[in-house]
Design a protein around this ligand. Structure first.
Ligand SMILES: Nc1ncnc2c1ncn2[C@@H]1O[C@H](COP(=O)(O)OP(=O)(O)O)[C@@H](O)[C@H]1O
Ligand SMILES: CC(C)(COP(=O)(O)O)[C@@H](O)C(=O)NCCC(=O)O
Length: 397
């Protein structure tokens, strides 16, 4: 019951009453994501609440606390179970009528691990549809969270001011193990219009085989030191060093990802793992960027938001996706990234506790300094700063 587990990305809560009052899960093909709310202090006539939302007169059903984010490898789901066990679900946590506690859960793991959660935690996973949750999570973040979306162009991050009256339609591209592309027209109004199996799992899986590295972070680190030109066949390699001007291809454009390895008299061991990782990351990111744009074009969409843990705030990944969208759309469409990239589904599942729908459930406290982003163009070193907890209140009305 008291197992101490510190997950990647979790923020430890030092408050004595830090039991979890609401918890939701998104258990995907590779990672299990948790969003949980702790702290059960009731806010009565608090100025910050009054100015954050019109909830006057209903303060008895308002909980103040922090929303936390954590992730575990799905392959080590026991660590996730132990973490929840160590935190304990408090008395406020929703229960089935006359029965034990329920936890909102989405992703394939909500089905796959339902028995495990029942057995180990005596918790019933209440399943929510993955696409519903992704969309609800994205809509909430884009509308409620200050400086959630940003562009990444030429090495510069720039926050996007979201105009709530002009947000829809957009294309949501979630890059998890696989990739889902969803046309979003409003709250709960969406259609999954495309997808591809060449996603984050492909990068991580092929990368692991090619470089023998042991963790996703190690693979990303390798990629930062690599040179893809050693592996990729460029237009110049084919055209004797020159451009292919007639069809607008410069000599440095990639003609064929990994294409150079065919004619070089080398085996895998002769390549630097850094170069292989770089080329692989570029290939996957570029392909997703291109497919995303083609899908957006099919439906006349100009705004494309990218989520999913494949991105991990990586400059090279975001840059490659942005360049692909810009190149293929001739500057017409724009790639935008989301700060809480990997938690869209878990947040959506969390919001489904609200019977009235996703709106007006989570309210962010005004001017939470902890929530001010610190983007400097580099990937955060510490997981904790990556997904800082959010000071907020839940309206349980
Ligand atoms: N710590 C990590 N361990 C494994 N994969 C990671 C990690 N961080 C990022 N990734 C990438 O994120 C992908 C999973 O993204 P996610 O959105 O969680 O999808 P899923 O719901 O399929 O698990 C992996 O395939 C990998 O590319
Ligand atoms: C099946 C999935 C929705 C599962 O989500 P994930 O765990 O990858 O986040 C996703 O992997 C996907 O959309 N794959 C692409 C399948 C296709 O459209 O061909």
């Amino acid at each position: 019951m008291d197992l101490e587990v510190t997950p990647a990305g979790a923020n430890s809560d030092t408050r004595s009453d830090a039991r979890i009052s609401h918890l939701a899960l998104d258990i995907g093909g590779t990672l299990a994501k948790l969003v949980y709310f702790s702290g059960n202090e009731k806010l009565l006539n608090d100025d910050r609440v009054q100015s954050s939302a019109e909830v006057g007169g209903r303060s008895s059903s308002i909980l103040h606390g922090r929303l936390h984010f954590a992730k575990f490898e799905t392959g080590k789901i026991d660590e996730c179970v132990a973490f929840i066990n160590s935190k304990e679900l408090g008395s406020q946590h929703p229960k089935e009528l006359g029965n034990g506690k329920i936890v909102k859960a989405t992703g394939g793991g909500a089905f796959k691990f339902a028995d495990l959660f029942k057995e180990k935690l005596d918790v019933c996973l209440d399943k929510e549809d993955e696409m519903d949750c992704l969309v609800a999570g994205a809509n909430f973040l884009l509308k409620a969270v200050h400086q959630e979306a940003f562009t990444y162009i030429g090495g510069q991050k720039e926050f996007v001011q979201i105009n709530q009256d002009d947000l829809y339609p957009f294309l949501l591209v979630n890059i998890g193990s696989g990739v889902s592309m969803i046309k979003v027209d409003g709250n709960g109004k969406f259609e999954r219009v495309s997808g591809t199996s060449l996603g984050g799992g492909t990068f991580w899986g092929l990368g692991k085989l090619l470089t023998k590295c042991n963790s996703f972070d190690e693979l990303l680190e390798l990629s930062q030191q690599g040179n893809n030109r050693v592996v990729d066949m460029l237009v110049g390699d084919i055209y004797g060093g020159g451009d292919y001007n007639k069809i607008g291809l410069s000599s440095t454009a990639i003609a064929s990802s990994f294409g150079k390895t065919v004619s070089a008299n080398k085996v895998l061991e002769n390549y630097r793992t850094e170069d292989l990782a770089r080329s692989l990351l570029r290939m996957i990111s570029n392909n997703i960027g291109q497919l995303a744009y083609l899908t957006a074009l099919r439906f006349g969409l100009r705004r494309i938001f990218f989520g999913g843990f494949f991105i991990r705030g990586q400059c090279y990944t975001m840059d490659t996706i942005s360049v692909a969208v810009h190149y293929w759309s001739k500057g017409d469409a724009q790639a935008m990234f989301m700060r809480h990239e990997g938690f869209l589904g878990a947040l959506g599942a969390f919001m489904s506790y609200n019977k009235q729908g996703p709106d007006n459930f989570i309210h962010l406290m005004k001017q939470d300094p902890k929530h001010e982003p610190e983007f400097d163009g580099t990937a955060p070193e510490e997981e904790d700063s990556e997904y800082a907890s959010i000071d907020c209140f839940l309206d349980l009305a």
